[in-house]
Design a protein around this ligand. Structure first.
Ligand code: FMN
Length: 210
């Protein structure tokens, strides 16, 4: 199946059947998220993979009681950095130097530029910027799951502060921003499964500037 066929097959599952997704497929989905581009390559987020059923049960009531939270196989929690710090920025730049095996003046100047900008900014502004990067990885995970023939539901309908508390995220300098249950659709229980996909037309979406 072509990628676009798979993206047409994909929808935001409203009911999942509890069937487990293989660890190989989960690893491929997470790898797609890890490979996603981010601003300055900082990857300012972490992904918490909740397999524990009791934790899923605890999250469901603070996520509008959405059944996919407990009926999924793996629940991904995308958690962005609560702010940008010197330490966090340096860690990623040092990693780049280590992996590439050399230091580059332009890259080091860019590091200094970020260090003189980000850490001084308001933490909320930094978190919002970090969360945007997390959403890029989130989108990559959704597409990768479709590629693997696995269902997902993007979920913003939850209380982030409550999820942070359940998972102890604030202590780690993280804040949850979006959830992604991964599993298999329950075709008998899902009201959305047979409804047509609704998207605005390409003409309404795209403006071509020749
Ligand atoms: C960031 C984001 C948050 C969403 N939050 C929820 C949610 O909390 N619950 C839900 O059932 N669907 C949620 N959705 C699913 C959207 O309603 C759905 O993707 C949209 O209507 C398009 O339909 P489709 O994905 O089935 O093609 C969310 C989607 C995105 C991208």
């Amino acid at each position: 199946m072509e990628l676009l066929d798979k993206l047409n097959w994909r929808y935001a599952a409203k009911a999942m059947n509890g069937q487990k997704v293989s660890e190989e497929k989960i690893a491929n989905i997470i790898e797609a998220a890890r490979l996603a581009p981010t601003s300055s390559g900082l990857q300012p987020f972490e992904i918490i993979v909740v397999k524990n059923q009791a934790i899923k049960e605890a999250i469901r009531p603070v996520a509008w009681n959405q059944s996919m939270i407990t009926d999924c196989s793996h629940l991904l929690v995308f958690a962005a950095w609560d702010t940008y710090t010197e330490e966090r920025i340096n860690k990623m730049f040092d990693l780049t130097n280590e992996i590439r095996g050399f230091k580059n003046e332009g890259w080091e100047n860019y590091r200094q530029m970020l260090l003189s900008n980000y850490p001084q900014k308001d933490a909320e502004e930094n978190f919002n910027h970090a969360a945007k990067q997390a959403y890029i990885a989130f989108s990559a995970a959704i597409i990768a799951a479709a590629f693997e023939g696995v269902d997902t539901t993007p979920i913003e309908g939850f209380d982030p502060a409550a999820v942070d508390k359940i998972l102890g995220l604030r202590e780690k300098g993280l804040r949850s921003c979006v959830l992604l249950p991964i599993g298999y659709r329950d075709t008998d229980k899902d009201w959305l499964v047979n409804l047509k996909k609704v998207r605005k037309s390409t003409e309404d979406l795209v403006t071509i500037v020749e």
